[in-house]
Each structure stands twice: as structure tokens, then as C-alpha cells.
Design a protein around this ligand. Structure first.
Ligand SMILES: Nc1ccn([C@@H]2O[C@H](COP(=O)(O)OP(=O)(O)OP(=O)(O)O)[C@@H](O)[C@H]2O)c(=O)n1
Length: 395
């Protein structure tokens, strides 16, 4: 199979492949970018594999960075882009189910592709757009199947995170899981405990916001992978409700918020669960806000002041959550109302605390109250956002 019109990201990288080939080495695009071009998905970056050793790669290009030289990876800066170029290798020394202990460089593309996780991630493509498909990945793409390369047990023993990657790809690509690959996860799911929570969380979130997170969640449950992630009360109920949702979340904060809402987690305990999953404080804050505002939205139509407090991003998340949970929300009307607010941020007020002090108001809690009152009046349209109008209002 040959691809004729390669997208720009590949074209931009052509001189890099050409340089390697002209120097007598083999060089290919590999990994997710080749899968994504075949699926006509957006391609964010391209990885390159070569028969050249890292030192040889370095000698061929002006600007390079030793990204992971012991694993064979050199970053080449070319044009305005950077490319990770990795020497063909096998990873023979996996001992802790996480990362290769030592890599062995090989001169042969097949050896390099054999060590990869799934057939749809094990393509190579040369400069001429020819696809090298040694494991029938093209058939699996056509049948929309995630299948381990070779023996699935070996692949998961080498790197247990791959089990989460399997359900993540199912969700992102709307693929099913091949039987033997699924069975190997059922048999080895507990290996996931060896992987750091952060890495598991990243895959969990990608699964959660993929196009078909409900199907993937079901497999995450059926294979018992769900037993090996940080615990939360009511997890089993959650996992049985989740696949029945009508839609999938589209944003990370929506995904977590839905979990919290489905589990009926009291607001003061959200941070505990989020922290167990090693989420950032910013993400924890967002989720708490979204859940709060979702409660408001379930009870009554929000006032303009409440819309203002939500901010655009939270509003979109709340709308997403309401949609997924089947709560009727006039989303367009809410977005339009938000867009029509006279100010969107406190900093857009034409006055501030200093202005009030100049007007003779004593600093302290009272000043804060007055500022808030002005803000409310401006947002509700009772007062113009104008210094003179505000001064008159206060007198
Ligand atoms: N645990 C892993 C991680 C990666 N890979 C291989 O390394 C490639 C690049 O990995 P990565 O960039 O993590 O993921 P992608 O498959 O490119 O997917 P995406 O960029 O969409 O996350 C994969 O395609 C796969 O061939 C692997 O075999 N096992």
C-alpha cells in the first residue's frame, strides 16, 4: 500500500529521512502517526526509526539534543520542528513491567516493529509513502480491532501500561478488542498495580474523553482492570452506570465531574479522590466548581451573576456534563447570555479597590462588599460599567 498525498507534517520531515537514506541508512516514520494517517486522523507529531546509531544520527544533523541516548533516541531540530529519531531496537530487559531495563540496538526494521504494542501501532512508512505492514495491521484497521503484536501476554508483561492503552485506543478510535488480547488482560490485569498512578491516570482520562468511552469503560470493568486503579467508594456502582450513559464526555474536567456526580461524592470529599489519582490542584478546583454549578443548574436557572462566576470554560463543562447526564439545558441560550454579559472578568470593571479608597471608603471588609455590590449591579445591567456612573451610584 502506498500513500500519495502525504500531509504537511510528513512532508516537512522528508529532508530528515532523505539525509539518513543518502548516508546509507534506513529510515521510516513509525508509531502513532502512521496509524493516524491511515485513519485520516489529525497528526500531531511524527516519530522516526532508523538503522543509524545515535552517534551517527548526531553526526548527520547540525542541531540535535540527546533526549534518551541510552534508549537510542536523539531529537533532531530541523526547520521549525523537532523530530525524535530512534535507532531500531528491541527491548529485551523488561523486568519491572514498566520500562525497558536495557535496549539492544538491531539493524533490522522487523525486530523493531515486533516489540511494539498493537498491530495498528506497528506500521512503518518510508519516504515514498509505502506502508510496511508486517503484522496485518491494515486488516485490523479495516475491521476496527485492537490486537497485540504477537503474544499478548508477553507484550503486557513487558509493559503493563499497555493494558490501559488498549482500552484507551478502543475509546479514542471506536475499536473493539481482539479476543486473545482481551483474555490476556483478564489474566494479567493486576500487573497494572506496578505502574505509577500518574501514567495510569493519563490513559484513564484519554479513555474517558475518547469518542466511545462508554464501551471502553465496560471493557475496563469486564477485564477487571478497574480493580487495579486507585479506589473510590461506590466504584463498582459507578462502573456499572457509566456504560449506560447516552453520551461520552468531551473534556477532562467534565469526565471527572461526571464521575463525582454519578458517585454522589459530597463536595468536600472530591479533592480526596482526585488527589488519590494524583490530579493537579487546578484540575481539582475545576471539578469542584463544575459540580457546584451543576447543582445550581439542576435546581434553578442561573442568574447572570452565577454565569459570570462560572466563566466560559466552566460553563461549557457544566453544559457538557448536563448533556451527558440527560438533563435538559438550554445550552445555546446560556452561552448567548454569557456572551452578552457586560463584563466577563472582574478586571474588566472600570473601577477597583483603589478607586473606592480614593472616593473616601475605608479599606476593609466593607470595601469588599461594596465592590461586590457594584459588580452585581453591572452584571445585571442595572449599572453602567463607567467610572462616573459608578461614582453617582455610590453617592
Ligand atoms: N507502552 C508502549 C508505548 C508505545 N509503544 C510504541 O511506541 C509508539 C509511540 O508511542 P506513543 O507516542 O506513546 O503513543 P502513540 O501510539 O503515538 O499514540 P498517541 O500519540 O495518540 O498517544 C506506539 O505507536 C507504539 O508503537 C509501545 O509499543 N508500547
Amino acid at each position: 500500500m502506498k500513500i500519495d498525498n502525504l500531509p504537511k507534517v510528513f512532508q516537512a520531515a522528508m529532508p530528515v529521512l532523505e539525509t539518513l537514506e543518502n548516508a546509507g541508512f534506513e529510515a521510516y516514520f513509525v508509531g502513532g502517526s502512521v496509524r493516524d494517517i491511515l485513519l485520516k486522523r489529525h497528526i500531531h507529531d511524527v516519530d522516526i526509526a532508523t538503522s543509524a546509531y545515535p552517534e551517527e544520527v548526531k553526526s548527520l544533523f547540525e542541531k540535535t539534543i540527546d533526549t534518551g541516548i541510552q534508549h537510542g533516541t536523539v531529537t533532531v531540530l530541523y526547520g521549525n520542528e523537532s523530530y525524535e529519531i530512534t535507532t531500531f531496537r528491541t527491548e529485551s530487559g523488561y523486568q519491572d513491567y514498566r520500562r525497558p531495563d536495557h535496549v539492544t540496538f538491531v539493524q533490522n526494521l522487523e525486530e523493531d516493529l515486533k516489540r511494539r504494542d498493537f498491530t495498528i501501532n506497528a506500521f512503518a512508512m518510508n519516504m515514498r509513502g509505502e506502508i510496511i505492514d508486517l503484522f496485518d495491521g491494515l486488516d485490523d484497521l479495516k475491521n476496527r480491532v485492537i490486537r497485540a503484536v504477537g503474544d499478548p501476554e508477553k507484550r503486557f508483561n513487558e509493559d503493563a501500561l499497555r493494558m490501559m492503552r488498549a482500552v484507551r485506543f478502543m475509546s479514542q478510535l471506536k475499536f473493539t478488542l481482539e479476543e486473545k488480547t482481551e483474555q490476556a488482560i483478564v489474566d494479567h490485569h493486576e500487573l497494572l498495580r506496578k505502574i505509577s498512578v500518574e501514567r495510569v491516570r493519563d490513559e484513564f482520562v484519554k479513555m474517558g474523553i475518547g469518542s466511545d468511552s462508554r464501551q471502553a469503560f465496560q471493557v475496563f470493568l469486564d477485564t477487571k482492570l478497574s480493580e487495579d486503579v486507585p479506589d473510590f467508594e461506590g466504584k463498582s456502582e459507578l462502573l456499572s452506570v457509566y456504560p449506560k450513559l447516552k453520551f461520552s464526555p468531551t473534556m477532562e474536567a467534565s469526565f471527572w465531574s461526571i464521575i463525582m456526580i454519578l458517585l454522589k461524592v459530597p463536595n468536600n470529599q472530591i479533592s480526596k479522590i482526585m488527589r488519590d489519582w494524583k490530579n493537579s490542584n487546578a484540575m481539582i478546583d475545576s471539578v469542584e466548581r463544575i459540580v457546584d454549578f451543576f447543582d445550581i443548574l439542576s435546581d434553578h436557572a442561573p442568574t447572570d451573576y452565577e454565569l459570570f462566576q462560572m466563566g466560559k470554560e466552566t460553563l461549557l463543562n457544566v453544559i457538557d456534563v448536563a448533556h451527558i447526564l440527560g438533563q435538559p439545558v438550554e445550552s445555546k441560550a446560556l452561552v448567548d447570555r454569557y456572551a452578552a454579559l457586560p463584563i466577563k472578568k472582574s478586571s474588566e470593571l472600570t473601577i477597583d479597590g483603589r478607586f473606592l479608597i480614593k472616593m473616601g471608603i475605608t479599606p476593609g471588609p466593607n470595601l469588599g462588599k461594596i465592590l461586590e455590590e457594584i459588580k452585581k449591579a453591572v452584571i445585571s445591567g442595572q449599572l453602567e460599567n463607567d467610572q462616573v456612573a459608578i461614582e453617582n451610584y455610590l453617592n
